[in-house]
Design a protein around this ligand. Structure first.
Ligand code: PLP
Length: 415
């Protein structure tokens, strides 16, 4: 009798058999290498980089970054990665840590803001942000016993400074700006938001999970970038994911502060345990070592020149997508995106947008459905897919009516 797949297997199975099973199970997973998916994986389109990452992951597969005394190599690599980021974002080396992803980096910055408010004797537990800020802030607030205020964006889809200022007061622990926000790829007016935070003695976090490893290079290839980093007075922390436009594999982010004293709020020490002194600087206990080592190797392999080259491809490819979408009659783009991601929709509304997405699904594309439209996020691996995408999209816009009878698959709000 065959065992239930949900009960503990009695006997082990061979490596070959399991690998074959896994291969089959992966059959319906998104094939990001084809350039037909636009979220979750940032395809660097770089076999040599991937070879390096596989090798490094292999070397650090079993190591544990929890105890810095056991792995001086990991301590050094993390320090250097934080140093590279500090150099790019304009703060002192040593004023941050790596984290497992954007959500953990945000969690740590929110916790720091809560602690600083307490230290300053302020009864402040609110996070004020535009409605476009990532859900990770609401999640962190939920875990940490804080409140959130999400403010509608202005007509340009950026945080509306006047509306935000009406919500920022003595109860505010943290003001958040996105550089850029995920839904529209648009950068908030960071300098204005940071000034509002200064007025009430609150901290200001810039969520550059998406843009942190893109904007410094975007600017260097000659594009205009609004002020967004530690050069802005009042910006006290920044999150930036190396597993997004830093082109590392998953599990690599950094959170940095305007000075080391702020970062110190992350440190947790406990000496009342028979197991010995326990200390850590992030939320995890056991920490996978591979993302730390791979982030270090990735950044050192690409260097400034490598990132500039990839950023040029991303910019040029993003423009081809954006101009191509705008050239199709009946489609519109949300706001004025200037980076590598944007939302587009049908001028005829959400239902039509959903029908277009269904045709694109049928043609093998994976477009994320947002509340108001479809999301495109471009990485170097999309350079080869633009022309085919635009041909299929034009087809979908023309023929979506034939799909109307099918079950609606649009995940957003009703028209
Ligand atoms: C702007 C922004 N912030 C935060 C996050 C959360 O990052 P993660 O999914 O790595 O936790 C994302 C993820 O897409 C993001 O786009």
């Amino acid at each position: 009798m065959s065992e239930s797949p949900l009960s503990m297997p009695q006997t082990g199975r061979s490596v070959d058999e399991l690998l074959q099973d896994i291969d089959e199970m992966r059959g319906n997973d998104i094939d990001w290498r084809s350039g037909r998916a636009f979220s979750l994986v940032y395809n660097a389109d770089d076999p040599e980089l991937e070879r390096l990452q596989h090798r490094v992951a292999d070397m650090f597969l079993h190591e544990n970054a929890l105890n810095p005394f056991a792995y001086p190599s990991l301590v050094r690599m993390e320090q250097e990665v934080v140093g590279f980021a500090a150099d790019l974002f304009g703060t002192e080396p040593g004023s941050g840590t790596m984290a497992s992803g954007g959500t953990e980096s945000i969690f740590l910055a929110v916790h720091t803001a809560r602690e600083v408010a307490r230290e300053r004797d302020r009864d402040a537990h609110r996070i004020v942000m535009a409605e476009t800020a990532h859900p990770a802030f609401t999640k962190a607030a939920h875990y940490l016993g804080m409140d959130t205020v999400r403010v509608p964006v202005g007509a340009d889809l950026r945080a509306d400074v006047d509306s935000m200022s009406q919500q920022i007061d003595e109860r505010t622990a943290l003001v958040v700006g996105s550089a850029p926000c995920y839904p529209y790829g648009i950068i908030d007016p960071i300098a204005d938001l940071a000034a509002l935070a200064i007025d009430v003695d609150a901290l200001c976090h810039v969520d550059a999970c998406l843009g942190g490893w893109l904007l410094p290079f975007w600017e260097r290839i000659g594009e205009s970038v609004p002020d967004w980093n530690f050069a802005v007075p009042g910006v006290t922390s920044i999150s930036a994911d190396i597993h997004k436009y830093g082109y590392c594999f998953k599990g690599a982010s950094v959170v940095l502060y305007s000075d080391k004293a702020l970062k110190a709020h992350q440190h947790f020490l406990f000496d009342g345990w028979p197991g010995g002194l326990y200390g850590s600087a992030t939320t995890a206990g056991t920490r996978p070592a591979a993302p730390i080592a791979a982030a270090w190797a990735t950044i050192n392999h690409l260097g400034m020149d490598g990132y500039l080259a990839k950023t040029t491809v991303v910019r040029d490819t993003s423009r081809r997508f954006l101009e191509g979408v705008l050239a199709i009659d009946g489609l519109q783009v949300a706001g004025k995106p200037t980076l590598s991601l944007f939302e587009f929709s049908s001028v005829d509304g959400v239902e039509t947008t959903g029908a277009i997405a269904d045709v694109m699904d049928d043609r093998g594309w994976n477009l994320d459905r947002q509340q108001g439209g479809l999301h495109l996020m471009i990485s170097p691996g999309h350079a080869h897919a633009v022309d085919e995408f635009l041909v299929d999209l034009a087809y979908a816009v023309e023929h979506h009516g034939e799909n109307r009878g099918k079950a609606a698959s649009y995940g957003g709000v009703a028209e």
